[in-house]
Design a protein around this ligand. Structure first.
Ligand SMILES: Nc1ncnc2c1ncn2[C@@H]1O[C@H](COP(=O)(O)OP(=O)(O)O)[C@@H](O)[C@H]1O
Ligand SMILES: [Mg+2]
Length: 157
C-alpha cells in the first residue's frame, strides 16, 4: 500500500492532479472519493472526467446515484452514494457491472460503502486546508495499483 499526501493550493492544482490521475486510469478503475461537504469531491470528479476527454459537464448525481458519461477516452460512471441506505439499492442499479465494466467509477462518499469496494480501489481523501482554496489530498493505492512508474494503475493492465 502506498499513501501520498499532496497540498493543493487552488482549483488549478486540483485540475493538474486530476490530469495526472486520469493518465493512470484503465477500464475497471475505481476511485473512492471521501472528505467533508465542499472539500472538492465533485470538483475533482469534473476535472478527471474532463481530462479523460468527457465533453459534457459532470453534475452531481445526488438523486440518481450514478450518471454515465460516454464521450471521453473511457466511459465515466460518476456515483454519489451519500443517500444510499442499503446495499440492495446499489445492486438494483447494477453496481457490480459498473465496478467490473469498461469504464472508470468515480464514487463520492465511498466510505459509506467501504465493504463493496474492490481491492484495486484508489482512495482519495480531500480535506480543507488553511486558506479558502487550499485542500489537502491523500491518495492511497494498493500495491497492485502501481507499477512503479509514478502513475496510478488500476483495473485492467
Ligand atoms: N483546491 C480546490 N480543489 C477543489 N475545489 C476547490 C478548491 N478550491 C476551492 N474549491 C471550491 O470548493 C468547492 C468544492 O465543492 P464540491 O466539489 O462540490 O465539493 P464536494 O463534492 O466534496 O462536496 C467548489 O466550489 C470549488 O470551486
Ligand atoms: Mg459532491
Amino acid at each position: 500500500m502506498k499513501t501520498e499526501t499532496i497540498k493543493l493550493n487552488s482549483l488549478d492544482d486540483t485540475r493538474a492532479l486530476a490530469q495526472k490521475i486520469s493518465e493512470g486510469l484503465r477500464p475497471g478503475s475505481v476511485v473512492a472519493l471521501t472528505g467533508p461537504l465542499g472539500a472538492g469531491k465533485t470538483a475533482l470528479s469534473q476535472a478527471v472526467a474532463k481530462a479523460l476527454g468527457v465533453t459534457e459537464h459532470l453534475t452531481s448525481p445526488t438523486f440518481t446515484i450514478v450518471c454515465e458519461y460516454e464521450t471521453g477516452r473511457l466511459p465515466v460512471y460518476h456515483f454519489d452514494v451519500y443517500r444510499v441506505h442499503d446495499e440492495d439499492e446499489l445492486f438494483e442499479i447494477g453496481f457490480d457491472e459498473y465496478i467490473h465494466g469498461k469504464g472508470v467509477c468515480l464514487i463520492e462518499w465511498a466510505d459509506l460503502i467501504e465493504d463493496l469496494l474492490p481491492e484495486n480501489t484508489v482512495r482519495i481523501r480531500l480535506e480543507y486546508g488553511d486558506s479558502e482554496d487550499e485542500r489537502i489530498c491523500t491518495i492511497t493505492t494498493a500495491d497492485s495499483c502501481d507499477d512503479g512508474s509514478g502513475y496510478i494503475f488500476t483495473g485492467e493492465r
